[in-house]
Design a protein around this ligand. Structure first.
Ligand SMILES: Cc1ncc(COP(=O)(O)O)c(C=O)c1O
Length: 396
């Protein structure tokens, strides 16, 4: 039984937050105090299995010791200085990111979030081509700032962002003819979320990404992959770009954020030489981008993924998870790749989400009412998969 004092304290925290924070989020009744690996602990000693990874951010798991130490060490030395000076930490972060990216990627630009990465990606495409229009896809989500929300053709988001930035054109995800029909010489970029996470973890055939690459090459259009969710190991590869699922296709720009800093806000655009050659001094900028704490977190995040062989772990545990999910009759399909998975149910997924939460397992919903999303830390183990499967069998 929960101690009464602790229970009261949790209720107090919830009501305090509800009183003073704008009510823009539908929250779970969980008061997170501490995290370790795939677990989140509340102050009254409960623990939750976090298969949502704190919104796909905790790629290395909560409070990975290597990341925590790197941040602490950096804090003692220098909290921040902007891009007007050089920094060994920033140099190492850029070098490391470029070294794990597909070969044609040569440079990084640092910012603070996913939406900012996409804004800068679109700006670079316009600067490179001298054109203005941007093609994105039905079901894609790219962020909430003006240009990124105007590029988002998922649910109500564009409406929230009114008046929209002009020059955003919609194609149908997975349908190359729909791109062909609008990708004329006014189009600077085609931007795609290669696995559409919020839409319900939708993937296209590998041949679609290949066809997109060829079309962009023929028409002089920049191809942008929004890898804010798929990047940094989530699919069992460092990036979706260049992977088999992408038919080896590498875009001209990759945007990143979410798990890149293990929880320290950081975003990045990775670019090829073609793009880099068009970008000059003062074309892009942001005060906090490339700050030392974020850069220390990036280096440590990438080293932790490498050191703990997390890419291999994702591939192995994904296989096990898919196998075990066959025992759950109500799961009619499993979408996605690696640790970006959408469990499709015969009926609504929300009651399953709620029932799992009662069993102390955090998962995510999506804009597809039948799809439950899993975005766990890349260190999830097989025995934790067993806990999910047992809970699912009881929940459905
Ligand atoms: C694919 C994708 N792009 C962009 C964003 C926006 O990122 P941020 O919330 O860091 O601005 C998100 C956030 O959910 C995302 O999933």
């Amino acid at each position: 039984m929960k101690p009464v004092a602790a229970t009261r304290k949790l209720a107090d925290i919830i009501s305090l937050e509800e009183q003073y924070q704008l009510a823009t989020y539908k929250k779970m009744p969980v008061v997170a105090e501490r995290g370790e690996g795939v677990w989140i602990y509340t102050s009254d000693g409960e623990r939750y299995l976090d298969l949502y990874g704190g919104h796909a951010v905790a790629g290395t798991g909560h409070c990975h010791p290597r990341v925590v130490k790197a941040i602490k060490d950096q804090m003692e030395k220098l909290l921040f200085y902007s891009n007007l000076v050089y920094s060994e930490t920033r140099a190492r972060a850029a070098e490391k990111l470029v070294s794990i990216a597909p070969e044609s990627v040569t440079k990084a630009f640092f910012c603070n979030s996913g939406t900012e990465a996409n804004e800068n990606a679109m700006r670079m495409a316009r600067m490179t081509t001298g054109r203005e229009n941007i093609v994105t896809f039905s079901g894609g989500f790219h962020g909430r700032t003006a240009d990124a929300i105007s590029a988002t053709f998922l649910g109500k988001y564009r409406e929230i962002g009114k008046p929209n930035v002009p020059g955003h054109l919609k194609a149908e995800f997975g349908d190359i003819d729909s791109v062909q029909a609008i990708a004329d010489d006014s189009v600077a970029a085609v931007m795609i979320e290669p696995i559409q996470s919020m839409a319900g973890v939708k993937m296209a055939e590998p041949s679609f990404y290949r066809a997109l690459r060829e079309l962009c090459d023929i028409r002089g259009i920049v191809l942008i992959y929004d890898e804010v969710q798929t990047g940094v190991g989530r699919t069992g590869e460092w990036f979706f770009s260049g992977s088999d699922a992408s038919d080896g296709v590498v875009p001209d720009i990759i945007s990143l954020a979410k798990s890149l800093g293990s929880g320290i806000p950081v975003g990045a655009c990775l670019v090829t030489e073609r793009i880099a050659s068009h970008i000059k001094e003062n074309d892009l900028g942001t005060t906090f981008g490339g700050g030392m704490i974020a850069m220390a977190a990036v280096v440590a995040t990438l080293e932790a993924i490498e050191g703990d062989r997390m890419l291999q772990n994702v591939r192995e545990v994904e296989g096990y998870l898919r196998e075990r999910l066959q025992e759950v009759e109500q799961v009619v399909n499993v979408h996605g790749r690696g640790f970006l998975l959408g469990l499709e149910f015969a009926d609504k997924a929300k009651p399953v989400h709620e029932s799992l939460l009662e069993r102390k397992i955090i998962t995510g919903t999506s804009s597809d009412p039948k799809v439950l999303r899993l975005l766990p830390p890349l260190c999830l183990q097989k025995d934790e998969v067993d806990l999910l499967v047992e809970a699912l069998q009881k929940a459905v």
